[in-house]
Design a binder for this molecule. Sequence first.
Ligand SMILES: [Mg+2]
Length: 216
Amino acid sequence: MGYQLVIFDNDGVLVDSEPTAHRILSGYLTELGFPTTLEESYHHFLGNAGRTVHQVIADRYQGVLPEDFTARCHDRVFAAFREGLAATPDAAAVLTELRQRGVPYCLASSSDHAWIDLTLDRAGLRPQLPREVVFSAQDVDGVGKPAPDLFLHAAASLGVAPGDCLVVEDSPNGVRAARAAGMDVIGYTALMPPQRLVDAGATALIERLPELLDRL
Ligand SMILES: [Mg+2]
């Protein structure tokens, strides 16, 4: 209670990017000879850095992906995002409500700024999320979640102590990062089995974003 800052994950929490990203990722892997369903893609890769893809393919198939796999995959995903991308249900309304209540918020994502910028622009969330409250793993030498660095950097940049922050996350790695940073974290269960978020350390769960407003 009495949080001084709400920190949102981006993909899957504010922008509905995961279905598109994983449809393309699983399709590309399958095309390269590593059959992967959409469900498997969510299971292994949601909320994980690109490096994980190379590792999983090595472990499951003793396979090696092209060196430029991640860049090529991003190109395909970006092209799809340009065709259209929505915010998650009620994301814009919740951010607007927080602003009206005077509750500071920001975004912290393991994705790079180009990805974040494109998704916010296409989903129509740029007015609620100007660049000064948008933080990427790029800002902390590429060290993404589950390391706590990104969340600690966001909090420090906005002058808030970690213990006064509340994080909203939809991936186990994101939940782990928040806990490692000493922050409370609400698990958003739209795409992830709730138990995986609880096991990762989520301190509360919500099914719909507006429920967040009752937890502040
Ligand atoms: Mg996410």
